[in-house]
Design a protein around this ligand. Sequence first.
Ligand SMILES: Cc1ncc(COP(=O)(O)O)c(C=O)c1O
Length: 350
Amino acid sequence: MSKFWSPQVSSLVPYVPGEQPKMANLVKLNTNENPFGPSPKVIEAIQAELNDSLRLYPDPEGESLRQTIAGYHSVKPEQIFLGNGSDEVLAHIFYALFQHGQPVLFPDVTYSFYPVYCGLYNIEGKTVPLTDSFEINPEDYKQPSGGIIFPNPNAPTGRYLGLEHVEAILQANPERVVVVDEAYIDFGGETAITLVDQYPNLLVCQTLSKARSLAGLRVGFAIGHPDLVEALNRVKNSFNSYPLDRLALAGAKAAYEDEAWFQKSCKGVISERERVTKSLEGLNFEVLPSKANFVFARHRENSGESLAKDLREQGIIVRHFNKPRISDFLRITIGTPEQNDALIAGLKSL
Ligand SMILES: Cc1ncc(COP(=O)(O)O)c(C=O)c1O
């Protein structure tokens, strides 16, 4: 607190990111990074960009990257909005596309940045409880709102909602923007991008941080009707015209040009996820069905908090949320086969 703070800042409750420890040799399974790393073509593209051109501002519209992503997803470049990580895209969405006089709906167990954006922009957030099996029930989203947002697959549960249910939510809310946050969609789900031409109220948000293993580059995007994109551009150009630097633009484009690497990486995560799930079940864990690059699991006898603490003492970091309904759970990022073996061995020793 300081007398120099604005009243808005004094009442802010910021997001707390997962720990990025400074110690080496930790088994880091706490922030859903992809252990298989970016395509070597991404590194080459970034290195090629390390030259005198850095004295020039980057393309504020990211035209070339938008064209690449548009081609990849069979949409038009004007349907794409780029941001510095999908977190920035989400922040602009909350400001630009939700009706601030009415509550924005999101699940009670979900990405914890959503209530933070509500606080930042003074928007009311209304949580909609997941079912007892931690699923989104589309029926619960048939109520007045200022907009709707949910991740698919949801985080931190990993549970996936089929496209027909996403459509049911869209059809029930033709006057409101429905945002599907697809940070983890490539690990086994089906994207709603195929629905954007049919539903002008749909905005799909994706990131290169997970399946493309570029969390450090900070690139995210949204795809939807050009009118929605224009609203986001208005906010972006009132805030920071150059959210993506030259290196990020070049690296992100190269990531879309190496489909083989992307497919291999996703397959690697999915097969390790199945293996980790079986091992955890064998150790008396209940594991929610996941289509993400993490699993959400609770032990039938030991508390999530004590397990997270004991694993940490062994140099294995997982995420524990001390929150209603989920305090018994651990969110465990899928690592390399060796990291996953270390996790299972660590749990066995407990
Ligand atoms: C559901 C969800 N959405 C968005 C993000 C943000 O991703 P980024 O800002 O790295 O693109 C995350 C990050 O973990 C996430 O879990």
